[in-house]
Design a protein around this ligand. Structure first.
Ligand SMILES: Cc1ncc(COP(=O)(O)O)c(C=O)c1O
Length: 408
């Protein structure tokens, strides 16, 4: 679909098909003392969106700015919507669903952004994509690169979690560990694309990362029988997934396919709560030394913080903060009572939902349709269970040992 860009801060519109990263006016002000300015929203003509109303079924591809050739090569989307019936019985909210994006090809939600970046690269004749990541985005882009034969150059802080990095190495990306932080890796990746060309896929810096992530909302609309849920819980670090979810519903609203926005709840860890605090205090400033066991959402200066805060207000939603202990408890609750195995960052969304049960009942009613977005598989971070769960010792290989083991 034909698109243009609009700056989230100054509202300038850029009518171009070229690759754009940030608003050249507003991004000049970025010096690390406040949330970055100048992030771009991708927008469409309302008439083009309204035409989609005539279709019996819509998919994200109807709402994308670029075509995705051979999308079965890297099958992103159509993730299961599980109804955790045991947990719903306990909570009294029977219409709660878990969106299992842990089932995407590389095991995290980040595949959604990487898919659209593939479309952008191919449309512009580019075969090289560079990015910075602490793990999941890098693994997702590398996975896409392997599927399409694209060269992926991945800058990572040298301390990044090994499990996630191994994926990227196995997918055959060029992995460049940097002796510095994620922010340093971010800068190095931009210097790389400026010197060697290709596309830069940094989260939120490339507006197509936000746009790709909206696919989940289009999918939810169809999966729920062509309606939006009342609320969606999203774990937030940089605020890019959060904004993508909101953008998907916003496009559906523009198309006339839904009549109101769902409340999109921002779930953060108390140890990394820059966006939640900016929403509460109206001060868009970074957090020093964020620390949470949910490494994927440990962010001091959120790359899409400003847009995320704006969307919390636009969807008349709220932010819920949870402790690391609540996150880890939620992870075990989902595993043992719903058979859903997710990494700590994803469990943050469930922890916030579990904390908000009374609020949901009061504000949205007991019949509310709530979706909790589960953004990454538990296999990404098995170390999260160290010291919490252990495998029982082996029994002797005999019938007597079996009887003894079970008390006979
Ligand atoms: C599993 C998982 N959940 C949630 C998030 C948060 O996304 P964002 O940084 O866009 O807020 C991330 C980001 O890396 C992630 O990997």
């Amino acid at each position: 679909m034909k698109f243009s860009y609009v700056c989230n801060d100054c509202g300038r519109e850029y009518r171009t098909d070229d690759i754009m990263y940030q608003c050249p006016h507003c991004s000049k002000e970025n010096d690390g003392t406040h949330f970055p300015k100048g992030n771009l929203r991708v927008i469409y003509d309302k008439q083009d969106l309204e035409r989609l109303k005539e279709k019996e079924h819509v998919t994200c591809y109807d709402f994308f700015p670029y075509e995705i050739p051979n999308h079965d090569a890297y099958p992103v989307g159509n993730t299961p919507l599980a109804r955790p019936v045991r947990l719903n019985r306990e909570s009294g909210l029977k219409n709660t669903y878990c969106k299992l994006d842990s089932a995407l090809p590389s095991g995290s939600f980040k595949d959604r952004a990487s898919q659209l970046i593939v479309g952008q690269a191919l449309a512009h004749g580019q075969t090289r994509i560079a990015l910075a990541s602490t793990g999941n985005a890098g693994a997702a882009m590398s996975c896409a690169g392997a599927a399409y034969g694209l060269e992926i150059v991945l800058f990572v802080p040298k301390t990044a979690p090994i499990n996630k990095l191994m994926q990227s190495v196995l997918y055959n990306a060029t992995v460049v560990p940097v002796d510095g932080t994620y922010d340093d890796a971010f800068e190095r990746s931009i210097e790389y694309t400026e010197a060697f060309g290709g596309i830069n896929r940094n989260t939120a810096y490339n507006p197509m990362t936000i746009e790709g992530k909206k696919s989940v909302s289009i999918e939810l609309f169809e999966q729920l029988g062509r309606k939006a849920p009342d609320a969606v819980y999203v774990a937030v670090g940089d605020g890019c997934i959060y904004a993508g979810v909101c953008k998907g519903f916003y496009d559906l609203l523009q198309a006339g396919l839904i009549s109101k926005m769902p409340k999109v709840i921002c779930a953060q860890s108390t140890g990394s709560n820059a966006i939640s605090q900016a929403f509460l205090t109206s001060r868009k400033v970074p957090m020093e030394n964020p620390t949470t066991r949910a490494d994927s959402i440990s962010v001091g200066l959120p790359a899409n913080g400003s847009m995320a805060v704006d969307y919390i207000r636009e969807t008349e939603a709220w932010a819920t903060e949870v402790t690391d202990q609540e996150i880890l408890d939620a992870q075990l609750q989902l595993t043992s009572k719903a058979g859903i195995f997710v990494e700590p960052a994803a469990a943050c969304a469930w922890a916030a939902y579990a904390k908000d049960l009374d609020k949901i009942k009061k504000e949205l009613g007991e019949d509310a349709c709530v979706v909790v977005l589960l953004t990454g598989t538990g296999f990404k971070d098995m170390a999260a269970f160290d010291g919490r769960v252990s495998i029982p010792p082996a029994i002797e290989n005999s019938k007597a040992a079996v009887l003894r083991r079970f008390g006979r």
